[in-house]
Write a protein of this length. Structure first.
Length: 239
């Protein structure tokens, strides 16, 4: 963003040769970001990337931290991380096959059910965890991994596929660069929100708050994404 604004400043000042500004330059990215607020459909996508995944993203991003705080063994969590990377490859392959015969939006909507199941199982695993039973802990960690990994893989791959399909061909990969930038802001917002709530009201009430937030987000955004599935991709193109 800083580089983009700097280029825009020098561009206006006449210090940059305009013939050298390429279609995927930082200046073009700034222009694309402006267009996201003038196209109503893209504005909804932007709001979703910023705020619509707060509950889900908090569990994905800070889940191991919460498990460690509740007495889960670091060795068990390291096993999770080691296996998870390889398991995720298979989950992405499965997600790709699902989208061969179904629209990305439909697969994305199905994946929200898996994400709700993942959040529920995450809380349940913490509730039944016994720090003195290492075998039970390891089994619980593996159960959570086998639920979370497919849920996250299908959830994010299907949404990225949807974004690639609605990308304006005039700007190419710059469109995805902008959406990824916005998504990163959304990830930061979700992590900050969950950790703030945990410090303010405790873990269990934080989980309740995040569930309510995510439930409201699903109620708001699911009907809009069902509508998006019926729209031609040209309705998402930049002005």
């Amino acid at each position: 963003l800083f580089v983009g604004f700097a280029v825009q400043f020098f561009y206006k000042e006449g210090r940059v040769d305009r013939s050298t500004i390429k279609i995927n330059s930082p200046l073009k990215v700034i222009g694309i970001m402006k267009s996201f607020f003038t196209n109503q459909n893209l504005l909804i996508v932007t709001i979703y990337l910023l705020l619509g995944r707060i509950g889900f993203q908090a569990m994905n991003k800070d889940g191991p931290v919460y498990l460690q705080l509740h007495g889960f063994n670091l060795e068990h969590l390291s096993i999770w991380q080691a296996i998870d990377s390889y398991f995720a490859i298979g989950c992405y392959i499965v997600a790709g096959r699902l989208m061969k015969n179904n629209s990305a939006v439909k697969v994305f909507l199905w994946s929200t059910v898996l994400m709700v199941l993942d959040s529920t199982s995450f809380y349940g695993i913490i509730r039944v965890h016994d720090p003195n039973n290492s075998i039970r802990t390891l089994i619980l960690v593996l159960i959570e991994m086998f639920i979370q990994c497919p849920a996250i893989s299908i959830f994010y791959l299907s949404f990225q596929t949807f974004l690639s399909k609605i990308a304006d061909p005039k700007v190419g990969a710059s469109f995805l660069a902008v959406t990824e930038t916005i998504a990163r802001f959304g990830n930061s917002i979700s992590g900050t929100t969950s950790l703030f709530l945990m410090s303010a009201v405790g873990f269990h009430y934080m989980m309740l708050c995040m569930a309510i937030i995510q439930g409201l987000a699903l109620i708001v955004f699911i009907p809009r994404f069902i509508h998006f599935d019926k729209l031609p991709k040209e309705d998402f193109y930049l002005a």
